[in-house]
Ligand binder design. Structure first.
Ligand SMILES: NC(=O)C1=CN([C@@H]2O[C@H](COP(=O)(O)OP(=O)(O)OC[C@H]3O[C@@H](n4cnc5c(N)ncnc54)[C@H](OP(=O)(O)O)[C@@H]3O)[C@@H](O)[C@H]2O)C=CC1
Ligand SMILES: O=C(O)C1=N[C@H](C(=O)O)C[C@H](O)C1
Length: 215
């Protein structure tokens, strides 16, 4: 496939280009803070940039009318409204975490929540590399949104950690911890590749990575 990346020069942009090139896909469009370069019109766009770049991403998708795979975090309700608007015309796959493990963990969180009552404490902890700009992580927000109460979230920024998430459920006398740790960015880029390879066959609409994994 011929694809484009927004956030091309970033950590994820570089890791995506490496995996996609190994899989035989061709980068024909790239955009970062320094500008854009288009060799030819891409079949789809992959966005792993920053929230500040989101208005530009919306503009690019509107102009090109091509599908979007987006993993950028920090997006708010207004941004999701825009994603829904784009999804009326093109397929959009959005997830704050493209790893298989976190998507299984999110199923488990919902399952545990069905067993416990208000007497249980629930807290989420996330650890990422020192360069990560947003806090709490998109994944921590996504996990807390699965539970119908306010959850305390704890963020650490340490060295080069790729991404660790823990969800604690505790009552007097016991604690249950669900934990996921990414050992490399491959944890995410493999999910991005799977999404990109499937998106060209999808009808317009807003899809999650879980939709892609389970269909
Ligand atoms: N959903 C998931 O599975 C995952 C999501 N992420 C998310 O992906 C995003 C990128 O992470 P990471 O690669 O580590 O971040 P980086 O800071 O390394 O990269 C950000 C990229 O965005 C570009 N950028 C910044 N502002 C603009 C702008 N206004 N217009 C166009 N491009 C812009 C930067 O360009 P320049 O270098 O020129 O400044 C850079 O290429 C983050 O939101 C992160 O949370 C990360 C991992 C997994
Ligand atoms: O910035 C990162 O690196 C990551 N960001 C995502 C998030 O905010 O949840 C996903 C992953 O944990 C890595």
């Amino acid at each position: 496939m011929k694809y484009g990346i927004i956030g091309y020069s970033g950590r994820m942009g570089e890791a995506i280009e490496k995996l996609f090139s190994q899989a035989g896909h061709e980068l024909v469009y790239q955009k970062d803070e320094n500008g854009e370069k288009e060799i030819e019109k891409p079949e789809l766009i992959i966005d792993f940039s920053l929230k500040e770049a989101f208005p530009e991403t919306v503009k690019v998708i509107k102009e090109k009318e091509i599908p979007l795979v987006i993993g950028t975090t920090g997006l708010d309700e207004a941004d999701f409204k825009q994603l829904n608007q784009l999804a009326e015309k093109v397929a959009v796959i959005q997830s704050f975490n493209f790893s298989i493990g976190i998507n299984i963990l999110s199923e488990l969180v919902s399952k545990v929540d069905n067993y416990i009552d208000q007497d249980w404490d629930i807290e989420i902890s996330e650890t990422h590399h020192r360069f990560k700009k947003d806090k709490p992580s998109g994944t921590a927000i996504m996990l807390s949104d699965l539970i119908d109460r306010d959850i305390d979230m704890h963020s650490k920024r340490l060295g080069s950690e790729f991404g660790e998430h823990e969800v604690y459920f505790a009552s007097t006398g016991e604690v249950l911890t669900l934990k996921h740790r990414a050992y490399s960015r491959e944890a995410f880029t493999k999910g991005v590749l799977l999404s990109a390879e499937k998106i060209l066959d999808l009808n317009p609409g807003l899809y999650s990575f879980k939709d892609i994994l389970t269909n």
